[in-house]
Design a protein around this ligand. Sequence first.
Ligand code: NBG
Length: 802
Amino acid sequence: MTLTVNEFEHAYKEEVLQLFAESWQEATVDQQFAALASLVKRLSATDWSATKQATVKHATKQVYYFSIEFLPGRMLATNLLNLGILPTVESAFKDMHLNLKRVLGIEVDPGLGNGGLGRLASSFLDAMASIGIDGNGNGLRYQTGLFKQDFLNGYQVELPDDWLRNGYVWETRKIERAVVVRFGGQVSLMPGANGSLAAQYRATENVLAVPYDIPQIGYQNGHVNTMRLWQAEPPTMGQPLTAEQREEISAITQSLYPDDSTEAGRRLRLRQEYFLVSAGLQSIVRHYRRTHQDFSQFAASVAVHINDTHPAMAIPELMRLLLDEGHLDWERAWSITVQVMSYTNHTLLQEALETWSIDLFAPLLPRIYQIIQEIDRRFRDQYRAQYGDDFVNAIAPLGNNTVRMAYLAVLGSHAVNGVAALHTQLLEESVLNGWYQLVPERFSNQTNGITLRRWVQLANRPLAKLLDKTIGTHWRQEPLAIEAISQFGDQPKFLAKLNAAKLKNKRALAAYIKRTRGISVDPTAIFDVQIKRLHAYKRQLLHLLRIIDQYQQLKAGLDIGPKHVHIFAAKAAPGYYYAKEIIKVINAVADLINHDTQVNRQLQVVFLPNYSVSLAERIIAGADVSEQISLAGKEASGTSNMKLMATGALTLATMDGANIEIYHAVGADNIMTFGLTSDQVQQHQRDYDYSARDLFDRDARVHRIVSALIDGTIPGIEVEGRDIYQSLLQYNDEYFVLADLEAYLHAGAALDAIYQEPERWAQMVVANLAASGRFSSDLTVAGYARDIWHVTPMTGGRPHAI
Ligand code: NBG
């Protein structure tokens, strides 16, 4: 979009006036934000409407990305960038003596997700728009997000994340597109009806699903897609409801991941999941029906992606719509459903593979349950003769009185994928092995990606500018073009500039740490960063043990190499007691070290609360070391690993998830890896030959480090220190922390030694930057488009040649 600085200024001032009846000079920062965002929405409206009309006119295939989580982060800067007016707005704000950075910084992060899964979903929406696919998000409009994290005496406290309090500027309520989602009640099969198995369903509860649409602006290509979020509301017609019934309805979109430790909590989650898929699919079918008489073109017109198992009920729900409302027979309906659906698995962890008890499921969703039973029965009939009862029972969707959502998702989809090469391989060999034997052609790998525009162009301006000056701006359009930077790996002048750009980012991060935590850190120290959800398998504990080791070395008068600042950010699930204990211990160690004048000039520890997309934007640009130290085989992919390597940090990693692909992309010399491989871990698990206690008894250093958890070295952690100590020694260290400790200490020290040679360090960074283009989610999504959704990215006017 072309817009002069003057035109923009005029439009902006007018917007402030219209919205607030204030002159632009009087507007508060909040008003400046609201006016600018509203103007951006206005500027994108024509393209948004045109994109929607074009999809109807050309009947292009629509992709719908169903996800229980999204993490869009702040949208204003991204939208300005994608519209192509960021430089214009920057100049105008300068002209008007207004502070754009401050304005951008007050936007709230939508509380619609909790981790990598949600961020990936949002990065895919950005990519779909940017490569010109008609790809829409389908999610829930939670009133409150996961929680706001703070620390009290080192403990995590969870405050409500009331992100919608002041409204959300990007959304538009679309009451005219509302649908009704039904729960409870009874089903009667319609007899005869040409074997269609259609049913009449009388529900006991009707819930109004009201969509809120948010534009997803493509990168400088005029393509604007829609993220549609559903809100549950009492219906406007029918019997009056009691206050309690109304509350039950609003609860459906009240909060993300309600506590599922109680029956009531589990029931609520199930209601959420069905609400998400039913509202989404009803609206898809209605949209399709506007231009089609029958369902013969449905599979050619629609792709529905099931992001993890939460939306797996999309399969029986589409069957219901095709059977009961479309009056198709079963075979036809099933064939369409399988062609439409595809499923991504995001974890091998047992606790995250959803199952629903039939006692809960059947009364709440009687028709869906009936359809799942029929899917199950037909599956058994089809394979029993060939494979025998045991095999079929083992992999059927209904097992042990539960519905197994991952199995349902594989059975009802034409494509199933994991999110990194190792993860897909492990899926095929273990969790979904039965299915892999049965339908190997459905499986593929699609390694995750990231929105490089957000992490490099927006969150790392000093680096972006340096890249522009060195290789031109082509990399901004074409992610792989960044490879050109590798030619500069031997130019000392450039390497010095690269280090200077990093230092600038570290200064900004240090200032943020000072402002928010009151801790002064030295920007010339090595900034060693671990940012991700807190989970035992991600092994923040391993990192902590290294810090304890460094502390002990310093106390003993030894040298630990360069000055070190360890930076953590991580939320622990509210019910995950062990993860919260780790947080407490990290904070206690931080307290001890930061206040000990004997060590704190060499070593500091900072735990930044409330990890979020916007906090990640601050931390990542300022990182030197990227800690990716999960137990091999446990991290499906990881995406912070990609963000950090793409913005100039070096990776200290186990061979897990996408770390392996980073390793191959940058070459063994430009990454520091250590520890057990996934095969070795499995071998130990099979042979039962790992003894953490032996290691502890045998190795004096390990003994010394681990003992610090219980010997009073760290004040204030009597309970937590003991629990963690016991998890290692009494419960034999389920995540092989001690098994990898020695190797980790060595690898960390080796990386520290390189840090003492700034030029060599910068050379390694260059190799990482040069290889980062392949982790663009534009490319990942192009892979999904080609292999799974069978849609063609638009080429005309599109920035990326894919
Ligand atoms: C997470 C994995 C990460 C992966 C993201 C995105 C879930 C269930 N899984 O390794 O743990 O990067 O998904 O694929 O959140």
